[in-house]
Design a protein around this ligand. Structure first.
Ligand SMILES: C[S@@+](CC[C@H](N)C(=O)[O-])C[C@H]1O[C@@H](n2cnc3c(N)ncnc32)[C@H](O)[C@@H]1O
Length: 224
């Protein structure tokens, strides 16, 4: 097998962002209830105490779409990974308000979480809704979708699992198609919105793009 280059460059820049006082309280008081420690490997069956279909959401932003999915599909377990504190605080407040039990959060770089904490074949679906497009050429190396990352997604998906990526940046869609076409473990499939595991509720980032006239592309790949 060809060696896949390891990356040190982050796909995000830590911006202070405004954490509201409610979010700050949520981060302090609710973290123990919904956030997982980054010091241990995650066994989803143990975490949720059941063996349900599972979805991983990478970069959930403010978490609104993740909560919609979790409420609509109580028999599915969701793990969300995010680094942006205000977004995590926002999601914690939503989880508390709705009393949601089928979501857990990891506050850390998804690249490292996937490499070091997630066991093989744990997820039926991996969602990446509007990963940062990093439009400038000199920043393309920051894009999350890279050969090694996709290789690792292939490891954590169950057989026949699906990677669902949405983007409203044409050039990123092309990049994603190129990277995925080079990985022979994945095959592109069409988007079946009626499949409850593959639903994509509107997201904050998508709404912002729509206002600017952007068009969303959903790219779905099944692990073969
Ligand atoms: C463009 S936003 C999209 C957020 C949300 N999915 C939406 O559609 O509204 C991308 C998100 O990915 C998060 N992100 C970027 N790189 C990440 C990484 N390596 N690990 C975890 N989250 C990351 C960012 O903090 C940001 O919230």
């Amino acid at each position: 097998m060809t060696e896949l280059p390891h990356r040190k460059i982050r796909s995000f820049v830590r911006r202070p962002g405004r954490v509201t006082s409610a979010q700050r309280r949520a981060l302090k008081d609710l973290t123990p209830l919904w956030c997982l420690s980054i010091r241990e490997q995650i066994d989803m069956s143990k975490t949720f105490g059941r063996n349900s279909p599972r979805v991983l959401d990478i970069g959930f932003g403010d978490g609104e779409a993740l909560v919609t999915l979790a409420v609509n599909n109580p028999d599915v377990d969701y793990l969300g990974i995010e680094v942006h504190e205000p977004g995590i605080g926002h999601l914690l407040l939503l989880l508390q308000r709705a009393g949601i039990k089928n979501v857990r959060i990891i506050q850390h770089d998804a690249v490292e979480v996937i490499e070091e904490m997630l066991m093989d074949h744990q997820f039926d679906v991996v969602n990446m809704f509007f990963p940062d497009p990093w439009p400038k050429k000199r920043h393309h190396k920051r894009r999350l979708i890279q050969p090694l990352f996709i290789h690792n997604i292939g490891r954590i998906l169950r057989s026949n699992g699906v990677l669902h990526i949405a983007t409203d940046w044409k050039d990123y869609a092309l990049h994603i198609k190129n990277v995925l076409s080079e990985n022979k473990k994945f095959t592109e499939i069409s988007y079946n919105e009626n499949d409850s595991l593959l639903q994509r509720p509107p997201t904050k980032f998508e709404r912002r793009g729509k206002r600017l006239g952007h068009i969303t592309t959903d790219l779905l790949y099944r692990l073969i």
